[in-house]
Design a protein around this ligand. Structure first.
Ligand code: ADP
Length: 646
């Protein structure tokens, strides 16, 4: 564990994390703001471009709206003129087929409804003549049907008026059908109502007799030949009331009548009871989704909302309209959606609105895109600059924190390590001074102890100085050819008498004929001294320490082995870090500040060598320093020394 932890390193770590966190926030917060502003700016840009374009096109909208008024008047005029061209029924038919409106109601000059009418004017006929009375009497007598049929046939033959004759034939057919003479009845229908004289004859309610008889023929036969009735229903020149026409159309399911819907719509609007013809203004008809407008006092045009929108849209997007714009209309109860602009459709269409949508959005999208691209670049440039600056600031802060931490660690370590030998020396010296009976043997013993503490103090100070130079990268090595044995001897001498005490067995084994080293002898002695010191410190009780020098794989190795407490595998890399100590307790029995091995590693590397450790907890440790021999060291040591100095 690092000494820094013992001395409150956790607090400082928290401080540095806090500083880094602040830097991160200082980058993230403005980044988020820049991104938000960029997004807003892009949206505004798009809106502004759209606004500009819409304003440019607003004139077109007004123009198109004015055109709509003209179109509406023209449509009303067309209907008005058409009303003068034929009978109400024919005008109805052609107006619907030409799609001038979904349906129309035609008015007579007196204001009454001309079409759809419930009945056409029926001519009065004298059905109380003698012949008619006798025939009716026979029809009501049991078994008199055949005679009644004959009587009706005779009336028909004599009658000059076509409608009266047709009614007699109709009565004859009725009697034949009632007497079971279906074939005969069919023949009579075919002969009399196939074509010719009775084609326009109507009954007392104004109904077209021929049409009713054709339906009867269909019912009496297999019903396949519908063409004749179908042709009649499509022929609006025939005097057929609309109610009869609608009824007969419904009796022919599966046949398409182009005016069927119009008939129903007109009948429904008539049922609402309001047919006033004030002007061409479009008004609600009283039926949901259906509108009406008068034209010239004789026509009421009826429109469904969808058809009206479709035809107005057609009119608005005529050949003269700009291809970039799409115009439409919306009904009073609808809200224009997804459109760029809208305006009131004019006095003829109260509540309706003309809408405008710009088709070619690419124009303003392109303008917006150009601006957006420049905003994006500027935004990213700002963010990138911020990130780089924050990175630099972070590095500076980290560096400052590291420096500050080193300073405090060093001060703490110095005061802790120096205080112990100094106190011991002071105590010994004070004891000697106070000793009145000068005993040379005891004085010598005290002086030797003072010398030992002094040596320890010097070593601690040496280590601190080396470390300080290391930190300031000012450590210089004077490399000369050095015999390994002299390095070993100097180290043992410097280690002191401790290693000669009874509880310590130091074995020194220097292989003969070892090559020369090119190294700074003092530095190498410091390396071995630190390793020996550790071997001594971390071997409690009786100690067995072995120092060997030998050659291996072209390298010169110094190995310091002990039978001490050993080092757990997971700690073996960490012990080379500055201020790192496995046992972090202040009360641990041995001194030290955790600098020794980091200094050793620094010196060894600076000489182009390497250090490794083999250790087993409870068994002991072996530190091996492998150095290049003099010849090989020339280059690598020089290079490594320069690197260390740099
Ligand atoms: P110091 O000895 O001043 O504490 P060092 O850097 O020399 O610092 O050693 C770092 C740590 O490595 C020591 O505190 C100790 O925990 C461990 N260590 C070093 N050498 C040995 C060894 N021979 N046996 C067991 N542990 C060791």
């Amino acid at each position: 564990m690092q000494l820094t932890d013992r001395l409150g390193g956790t607090g400082r770590d928290r401080g540095s994390w806090l500083a880094l966190l602040l830097i991160l926030v200082a980058v993230l917060a403005p980044t988020a703001c820049i991104l938000w502003f960029m997004n807003e700016a892009m949206n505004n840009q798009r809106d502004a471009a759209r606004q500009k374009l819409t304003e440019a096109y607003r004139g077109q909208l007004a123009l198109v709206r004015d055109g709509l008024d003209t179109w509406w008047e023209k449509r009303a005029g067309e209907l008005e003129r058409k009303a003068e061209t034929g009978t109400a029924a024919v005008v109805f038919d052609s107006s619907v087929r030409e799609k001038l409106a979904d349906s129309v109601i035609l008015l007579n000059r007196d204001g009454s409804v001309g079409y759809p009418s419930s009945a056409s004017a029926a001519a009065a006929h004298d059905e109380n003549s003698e012949g008619w009375v006798q025939a009716r009497a026979l029809e009501n007598v049991a078994g008199g049907l055949a005679k009644a049929a004959d009587a009706y046939a005779r009336i028909a033959a004599k009658e000059k008026d076509a409608s009266a004759a047709a009614r007699a034939v109709q009565a004859e057919i009725r009697c034949l059908v009632q007497s079971g003479e279906d074939d005969l009845a069919l023949r009579v229908i075919e002969q009399q109502f196939g074509a010719g004289r009775f084609a326009r004859a109507t009954d007392s309610q104004g109904r077209l007799i021929a049409a009713d008889e054709q339906l009867l023929a269909l019912n009496l036969s297999d019903g396949t030949n519908r063409t004749r009735l179908q042709t009649m229903l499509l022929d609006y020149s025939l005097p057929m009331p609309s109610a009869q026409r609608l009824f007969l159309m419904q009796e022919l399911p599966g046949v398409h009548f182009p005016t069927y819907d119009a008939e129903r719509l007109a009948a429904a609007v008539l049922d609402t009871g309001s047919v006033e013809t004030s002007d061409a203004t479009l008004r609600p008809s009283g039926i949901a989704g259906v509108w009406k407008s008068a034209a010239g006092g004789r026509v009421i045009a009826i429109y469904r909302t969808e058809t009206l929108i479709a035809s107005l849209k057609n009119a608005l997007n005529g050949p003269n309209a700009s291809p970039d714009l799409a115009f439409s209309v919306t009904a009073p109860d609808a809200r224009p959606q997804g459109v760029d602009d809208s305006t009131a459709a004019g006095p003829r269409l109260p509540g309706w609105r003309v809408t405008m949508t710009i088709r070619n959005r690419g124009q303003f999208e392109q303008v917006a895109r150009q601006h957006t691209a420049s905003y994006t670049w500027i935004g990213f440039l700002c963010i990138a600059t911020m990130v780089v600056l924050a990175g630099i600031a972070g590095d500076l802060v980290r560096c400052q924190i590291r420096q500050a931490r080193l300073k405090t660690d060093l001060v703490a370590a110095v005061s802790h390590e120096i205080k112990t030998p100094l106190s011991a020396i002071r105590l010994l010296v004070d004891t000697m001074i106070e000793d009145r009976d000068f005993d040379p043997a005891r004085t010598r013993e005290y002086l030797e102890m003072v010398a030992r503490e002094n040596l320890r103090l010097s070593r601690v100070i040496d280590n601190f100085l080396t470390f300080a130079r290391m930190e300031r990268t000012q450590q210089k090595f004077e490399c000369v050819e050095t015999p390994p044995a002299s390095v070993v001897d100097a180290a043992i001498r410097a280690a002191g008498e401790r290693f000669e005490s009874p509880q310590c067995r130091l074995e020194v084994d220097v292989n003969p004929g070892l090559p020369m080293l090119r190294a700074d002898q003092d530095a190498l002695v410091a390396v071995l001294l630190n390793l020996l010191d550790n071997a001594y410190k971390f071997s409690p009780g009786s100690k067995h320490i072995r120092l060997r020098a030998y050659q291996e794989s072209g390298r010169l190795c110094f190995a310091v082995a002990d039978s001490g407490i050993g080092i757990p595998a997971r700690e073996q890399k960490k012990i080379f870090r500055r201020f790192y100590q496995i046992d972090r307790r202040l009360t641990r029995p041995v001194g030290g500040v955790g600098l020794g091995l980091s200094i050793v590693e620094f010196i060894v590397r600076a000489h182009g060598g390497e250090i490794r450790v083999n250790s087993q907890p409870g068994v002991g440790s072996t530190f091996v320093v492998a150095m290049p021999c003099a010849a090989a060291a020339d280059d690598s040591a020089q290079f490594a020394a320069e690197r260390g100095a740099a």
